[in-house]
Design a protein around this ligand. Structure first.
Ligand code: ADP
Ligand code: ZN
Ligand code: ZN
Length: 708
C-alpha cells in the first residue's frame, strides 16, 4: 500500500500555528478526504484539524525514516465540508487578505456544527455538536434543475425592455462559455435588474447549474426573498445572520445535497457548498456590506471574481451606482462586460432632484434643520395622504468642524481628507498622516464665528419633525401623519425592520425617518417626496471614498420616489451645495462625477489607481500600541526598500480617526501599492515575522473599506 499523508489546518487561533501541518494517514483510517474535520495530536494537546490535501507517496521513492517523526491522524470527525476548489479558496483568502488559515476554513464549515476540543482538567475532550433530530416528514425528491427552469419560464410575465434583453443575452453568453466572465448590470433604480437576475438563474438551471444571489443584509427582507420563491419555489434556500445556527445548517445541508439549487443570502452565503455552480449574482455590488470587517477581511465581490475564474461560473454585478473599481475594470478587462439599463422598466421618468443650500437658509435667519421648501413639500405630501421618506445620513461619528455660513471644513493639505476634531486640546488631526493643528476660532475663509462641531441624532430630528407637523396640523386642521423612525435603535430586534416598514406602508399619510438603511430596497408606490436632511456629512469623513459614497447615497435614495403612478420629488439639503458629488447626483450625471473624481484619485494615489493595505494596531495601553505601530512601520519601510519596486509607499504610523474604541487605543499604518500588485507580498511577511505580543493586536485590512 502506498504511504499517505495529509496537510492539515489546525483549528487553533494562534498566529504562530498558522500554517499547514503534515500528518500520516493510518492505513486503517477510512473516510479521509479533503474537507474533513479530523482529530490530531499537537504537542501535548489534542486539536481539531481540517484536511486541505491528501498526498500519496510511492513507497519506493520515500525513505520510511522521513515519516518517522510524523504523527498519525487519530480520527475522522465529519464528512467533507469542502473539495479541492474549496481548499484552494481557503488558501487564496488567507494569502490575499493576510488572514489566519483557521478563520478562512470556517467560512466553509456550517455555523455551529464544527466539532471542538476543550480542556477539562488535564484532558482534552472532544465535543461533537448534538445530532439534530431527524424530522419524520419524508422530504420530497428534488426535481431536476430543468423542470424547475421550465416551471419558472411559465411564470415569466412581462416583455423585457431592450436593456433587459441585452443584459440577459450578455449573461447567458457568460454562463455558456464557462470562462469565469463578469457581467456588470449598470441599471437605474427600478430598471428591472431583479427580473434580469431571475431569467439568468433560469438559464443556469436549464444547464443543470446552481446559482447564488447575494444581497445586502438589510435588503434581505421577505419581499426580496419572495420574488425568488415566487419564481423558483422550494428550491430557494435563504441564508442570513438573523437565522439561528440550526436554521442555517438545514439550508446549508439542503444546498450540499442538491435539494436547493438557488441560494439567496447575505455576504457569507457565497461560501455555501453549491454543487456545479453556474452563476453568482451580487446585487447592489457597490455596497460596503460586502466587505467583512473582521478576520478574514475579504470582499465578497473580489472573492466571487476569483471563484468565477477558478470554476468557470459567471459573475453578475448589479447596481444603480456601480463602484468605481468595477466601472474601471470593465474598461480594461475584456472578460468584464458592462450593460446599461438607463430607464425605469415601467417607463416612468426619474424624479426631479433639487438641492437646498442650507448655508443660505442659515444666512436668512433660519435655525431649523428643515429648509422652508422641505417643510412645505412635506406638508403638501402628507395633507394629500401621500408618503414621504426622510434620510438622516449618519455615517461617521468622527467629528469635524463646519462653518455654518460658508460650509468650509478644514482639510489636510497633503491627504485631502477632512481633519478630525478633538475636544481635548481643541485639536484638528489628520488621521492619514498624523499632522496636528489647533482648531481655529473663526472660519479661515469667511471669518464667521459660527464654527460648529457636527453630528445630529435621529431622535432629535424626530422631535423636531413631530413639532413641525403638529404645528402645521393644528393650524390647518389636517390630521397628523404617522411618523416611523428606522435606525439601529429601533431595528435591533429580529422582525423590527418588517414591522416598521409595514407600519409605514399601511394606507394613509406617513413619514419614514431613517438612516442609510432606508436608502435600499424600499419600494412603495405612494412615496412622492424624498428628503435628504444632510447630504454632506459623508463628504467630510476622512476617507477617500467619501465623495463616491455621497454620490451613491443621493442617487439611491432618489430612486425611492415616484415609483408608482404619482410623480416624485427629491430635496437634498446640504451646506456644500456646489460639491460635485451632490450636483452630479442631482442631475443623474455620473460622467460629470467621474470626470471630477478620477483625476483626484489618480493624483493622490487611491484605488482604482493603487491598492491599499491598512495595518491596524490596537490594545489597552496607548504607549505599547504606539511603539508596536512604529516598529511595524519601520519593518514595512525596510521591506519596501529591500524587495518592492517603485510605486510602493508607506504613509507611516498614525492614530486612527476613531483613535479609541471601547477602551482600545487604535493606530494604523497605511500602505499604497501599484494597482493590480500583490500587496500581501509586503504585508504578509511583516505580520508573520512579528513576535507575538499579548498586549497589542495587529491585523491587516487589504483593500480596506473603512479607514476610520
Ligand atoms: P431594480 O431591481 O432595477 O430596482 P426591479 O427589478 O425591482 O428593479 O423592477 C422594478 C419594477 O418594475 C418591479 O415592480 C418589476 O416587477 C417591474 N418590471 C421589471 N421588468 C419589467 C418589464 N420588463 N416590464 C414591466 N415591468 C417590469
Ligand atoms: Zn466660513
Ligand atoms: Zn494628512
Amino acid at each position: 500500500m502506498p504511504m499517505r499523508t495529509a496537510s492539515v489546518v489546525l483549528d487553533i487561533q494562534t498566529q504562530s500555528l498558522d500554517s499547514l501541518y503534515t500528518y500520516v494517514v493510518p492505513d486503517e483510517l477510512t473516510g479521509v478526504q479533503v474537507g474533513c474535520a479530523v482529530l490530531v495530536e499537537f504537542g501535548a494537546r489534542r486539536a481539531i484539524g481540517y484536511i486541505m490535501e491528501v498526498i500519496e507517496h510511492d513507497e519506493a521513492d520515500v525513505a520510511p525514516e522521513s515519516f518517522a517523526k510524523l504523527k498519525p491522524l487519530l480520527q475522522v470527525l465529519s464528512a467533507s465540508y469542502f473539495d479541492e476548489d474549496g481548499a484552494a479558496l481557503i488558501q487564496f483568502i488567507a494569502h490575499e487578505y493576510v488572514a489566519p488559515l483557521s478563520s478562512c476554513v470556517h467560512l466553509l464549515t456550517p455555523v455551529g456544527r464544527a466539532p471542538k476540543v476543550v480542556k477539562r482538567g488535564d484532558v482534552w475532550e472532544l465535543q461533537k455538536p448534538a445530532r439534530r433530530r431527524k424530522k419524520h416528514v419524508a422530504e420530497p425528491e428534488p426535481p431536476l434543475d430543468e423542470d424547475i427552469a421550465e416551471a419558472a419560464e411559465a411564470r415569466e410575465a412581462f416583455d423585457l425592455t431592450d436593456g433587459q434583453a441585452k443584459a440577459i443575452e450578455v449573461i447567458q453568453g457568460c454562463i455558456d462559455r464557462c470562462a469565469g466572465e463578469v457581467a456588470v448590470i449598470d441599471g437605474v433604480t427600478g430598471s428591472g435588474k431583479t427580473e434580469v437576475y431571475l431569467r439568468a438563474i433560469r438559464h443556469a438551471l436549464e444547464l443543470g447549474r446552481g446559482a447564488i444571489v447575494l444581497v445586502p443584509e438589510i435588503a434581505l427582507t421577505p419581499q426580496t426573498v419572495s420574488r425568488f420563491e415566487d419564481r423558483f419555489g422550494d428550491t430557494v434556500a435563504v441564508m442570513h445572520s438573523r437565522m439561528t445556527g440550526a436554521e442555517r445548517y438545514d439550508q446549508w445541508e439542503a444546498v450540499r445535497i442538491g435539494r436547493k439549487r438557488v441560494v439567496v443570502g447575505a455576504r457569507s452565503a457565497l461560501f455555501c457548498p453549491m454543487p456545479s455552480l453556474g452563476l453568482v449574482v451580487i446585487d447592489e455590488e457597490h455596497e460596503s456590506t460586502y466587505k467583512q470587517e473582521s478576520a478574514p477581511r475579504y470582499h465578497a465581490r473580489d472573492v466571487a471574481a476569483w471563484m468565477a475564474q477558478r470554476t468557470g461560473a459567471a459573475l453578475v454585478l448589479g447596481s444603480a451606482t456601480p463602484s468605481i473599481e468595477t466601472l474601471c475594470r470593465t474598461k480594461v478587462d475584456d472578460s468584464w462586460h458592462r450593460v446599461s439599463l438607463p430607464a425605469r422598466a415601467n417607463g416612468k421618468p426619474m424624479p426631479d432632484v433639487r438641492i437646498l443650500d442650507m448655508a443660505r437658509e442659515f444666512g436668512h435667519g433660519s435655525r431649523s434643520m428643515f429648509a422652508k421648501e422641505l417643510q412645505n413639500q412635506l406638508f403638501a405630501a402628507t395633507d394629500a395622504g401621500h408618503k414621504a421618506v426622510l434620510l438622516l445620513n449618519q455615517r461617521g461619528f468622527a467629528n469635524f468642524l463646519l462653518c455654518r455660513e460658508c460650509g468650509y471644513v478644514p482639510e489636510c493639505d497633503t491627504c485631502s481628507v477632512s481633519l478630525t476634531y478633538h475636544e481635548v486640546g481643541r485639536k484638528l488631526v489628520c488621521h492619514h498622516c498624523g499632522k496636528e493643528t489647533t482648531a481655529p476660532v473663526t472660519c479661515p475663509v469667511c471669518g464667521s464665528p459660527y464654527l460648529k462641531k457636527f453630528g445630529a441624532g435621529t431622535q432629535r430630528v424626530e422631535m423636531e419633525l413631530r413639532r413641525l407637523l403638529r404645528e402645521h396640523c393644528e393650524a390647518s386642521g389636517a390630521t397628523m401623519p404617522r411618523i416611523v423612525r428606522m435606525d439601529s435603535d429601533t431595528t435591533s430586534t429580529r422582525d423590527a425592520h418588517e414591522k416598521l416598514l409595514a407600519e409605514f406602508g399601511a394606507p394613509g399619510a406617513a413619514v419614514l425617518l431613517g438612516t442609510q438603511m432606508i436608502a435600499k430596497g424600499l419600494d412603495f408606490d405612494e412615496v412622492v417626496l424624498v428628503g435628504v436632511i444632510n447630504a454632506d456629512t459623508q463628504l467630510r469623513l476622512p476617507d477617500f471614498r467619501s465623495a463616491e459614497r455621497t454620490f451613491d447615497l443621493v442617487e439611491q435614495v432618489a430612486g425611492r420616489a415616484g415609483r408608482g403612478k404619482l410623480d416624485g420629488l427629491v430635496l437634498v439639503q446640504t451646506y456644500m451645495h456646489d460639491a460635485t458629488a451632490i450636483r452630479a447626483a442631482a442631475a443623474y450625471d455620473r460622467g460629470r462625477f467621474l470626470r471630477d473624481e478620477l483625476p483626484k484619485r489618480k493624483m493622490l494615489g487611491y484605488p482604482p489607481y493603487a491598492r491599499l493595505a491598512n495595518i491596524l494596531v490596537w490594545g489597552a495601553d496607548e504607549a505599547e500600541v504606539r511603539t508596536e505601530a512604529m516598529k511595524l512601520s519601520e519593518r514595512v519601510n525596510e521591506t519596501i526598500v529591500d524587495i518592492m519596486g517603485p510605486g510602493w509607499q508607506n504613509l507611516g504610523a498614525a492614530p486612527c480617526a476613531i483613535d479609541k474604541l471601547r477602551g482600545q487605543h487604535r493606530w494604523h499604518i497605511l500602505i499604497k501599492a501599484p494597482a493590480g500588485s500583490d500587496i500581501s507580498k509586503l504585508a504578509e511577511p511583516v505580520i508573520r515575522k512579528r513576535k507575538a505580543n499579548k498586549k497589542v493586536n495587529v491585523a491587516v485590512d487589504v483593500d480596506p473599506y473603512s479607514l476610520l
